[in-house]
Design a protein around this ligand. Structure first.
Ligand code: SAH
Length: 504
């Protein structure tokens, strides 16, 4: 039987196989026109793997190579066949056996139950507010996590009655319907309003509201938001940059060799952005320098990553946005991946919990729990990966049909949260294995296993829990991490799962 893979499976592709564009291809109008004319002629005869591949190529022929972030955004959420926004239209499902990958909530119901308990513990620790609580999930997939959370939370009637509404932030219209069917029932209607779509949950009749962005979720200072993001940040587009040695042109080329000018020939280090360009027609894995790992797993990429020969809008300001990136500017060939969208989401979570200058809050309240894969404290590099049908494939093949994801920069999320709000503190990241064990995964698994008579089912409960906490390279216990954003408390109270306990 083919095993189902998680999205944390590494490809080892991208930057290492990035092409160096030898000269600025679009530095003069003449070369630009020549390029677009020949490219357009060439592309007319070309067969595309997906309509999005054609659209991307046409866009690149018009504007020049595009930032990696633009490529990712189009592949994941474009209206014309993006991976999330077009997948079910194309008759596919992303999750589970028949899909492309498997996620923790789909592996075991216990995952969502323990996340539910984590929020109950926070609700208790924050003085059991009687009203104004909002449950929010960003990127809810099939809705399985929220379903398991709600089934658990419904056992705490005082918390249930404190919940004003549940908000689901989801870009995909098809997944929104799948979530509504699971959480509310197939026959329960979904009605549209100015901010999004509304229905009522099957557990406790709580109102559920779907929006496409978090900004569309009403922001009121009196609310206590409990926010969960599971495998959401890894699906946000990244910019990638490399430090390159840029030889300085002497002011007067005729004097280039004069000894007095030799200093002008020094090579300052500058950030350059990784951009995406179409691979030449007839490319092979070899001609693209594709690592061996990639070759047997899928089609030859239609696009390739290149180091932009000149500065771009993003290369001039993004790597200057944090001392962590600035510290690398003197290291030749250093690579960084930066996710401005992750920064915006983290800042939004923090401001909703702790208040901000634009949205002051009398008392900080609520919590955000972010679970995903990525390094604890280093900046991700070479982390873009493509997955299709439980196999790793090139992220530059079949745009819109291949899932793209990246490592999450947890430190950047912590930094963005702290800058956005003085009213919060950040805990973690801690390994998923440690988090789930502290939350009682083993005890819950034993309890569930006792309740089922069937030996095979017992075994399945044990195996799936083991997978969630396994710290080995194929398990999820160490690769996946948890990070929490909480109301500022001078670090006096550690949350459950992060070294603390419930404090009523
Ligand atoms: N949390 C789920 C699904 C993870 S897949 C699970 O663990 O099973 C990523 C989810 O985020 C999908 O629901 C996808 O449609 C959604 N998504 C991806 N990019 C998004 C964006 N920019 N805005 C809102 N939702 C997005």
């Amino acid at each position: 039987m083919r095993s189902m893979i998680t999205r944390a499976a590494r490809c080892g592709l991208t930057n290492s196989s990035a092409t160096k564009l030898a000269r600025p291809v679009w530095s003069s109008c003449q070369s630009y026109r020549h390029f677009t004319a020949t490219a357009a002629k060439r592309d007319e005869e070309r067969k595309w793997s997906t309509p999005l591949a054609k659209q991307l190529t046409e866009a690149i022929n018009t504007t020049g190579p595009i930032p990696l972030a633009s490529y990712m955004r189009m592949c994941l959420t474009s209206d014309t066949g993006g991976y999330y926004t077009g997948a079910i239209q194309q008759g596919r499902d992303q999750f589970g056996k028949k899909g492309d990958f498997i996620t923790s909530p789909e592996i075991s119901q216990i995952f969502g139950e323990l996340i539910g308990i984590w929020f109950v513990a926070e609700w208790i620790s924050q003085g059991r507010p009687r009203s104004g609580v909002e449950l929010m999930e960003v990127g809810p997939g099939r809705g399985t996590l929220m379903d398991d959370m709600l089934r658990t939370i419904k056992n705490f009637p005082d918390m249930v009655s404190s919940i004003d509404a549940i908000y689901m932030v989801e870009a995909s219209p098809e997944l929104r319907v799948a979530q509504k069917n699971l959480l509310c029932g197939e026959d329960t209607p979904l009605t549209e309003s100015k901010i999004g779509y509304h229905s009522t949950s099957k557990y406790a009749n709580l109102p559920i509201v779907w929006t496409e962005t978090i900004q569309a979720v009403p922001k009121e200072a009196s609310k206590t938001p409990f926010i969960v993001a599971h495998e959401f940040f890894d699906a946000l587009p990244i910019h990638a940059f490399q430090v390159v040695d840029v030889p300085q042109q002497p002011a007067d080329p005729s004097k280039a060799d004069s000894p007095s000018k030799s200093k002008a020939n020094t090579s300052p280090l500058q950030w350059r952005e990784m951009v995406v360009a179409p691979a030449p027609p007839g490319s092979t894995h070899d001609s693209l320098g594709t690592p061996k790992l990639e070759r047997h797993d899928g089609p030859v990429p239609e696009f390739q990553l290149a180091v932009s020969p000149s500065a771009t809008r993003h290369s001039m300001y993004v790597p200057e946005s944090s001392p962590r990136y600035k510290a690398l500017k003197s290291t030749p060939n250093a690579l960084i991946e930066v996710c401005p969208d992750a920064y915006l989401y983290a800042a939004e979570f923090a401001a909703r919990i702790g208040g901000s200058a634009q949205h002051p809050k009398e008392r900080a309240s609520g919590a955000a729990l972010i679970l995903d894969y990525g390094p604890s404290d280093t900046i991700p590099v070479n982390s873009l990966r493509g997955i299709k049908g439980h196999k790793r494939v090139s992220p530059f093949s079949e745009p819109g049909l291949v899932d793209l994801s990246v490592d999450v920069d947890f430190m950047a999320i912590a930094e963005a949260s702290m800058i956005a709000s003085e009213g919060i503190e950040v805990h973690g990241p801690v390994n998923q294995g440690d988090f789930l064990e502290a939350m009682g995964i083993q005890q819950r698994a034993q309890y569930l296993a006792k309740k089922v008579g069937d030996e095979a089912k017992k075994q399945e409960i044990e195996t799936s829990c083991q997978r969630l906490v396994d710290r080995g390279p194929n398990g999820m216990g160490k690769l996946y991490k948890a990070l929490a954003i909480l109301p500022e408390n001078e670090g006096r109270r550690r949350p459950t799962g992060f070294g603390g306990d419930v404090s009523a």
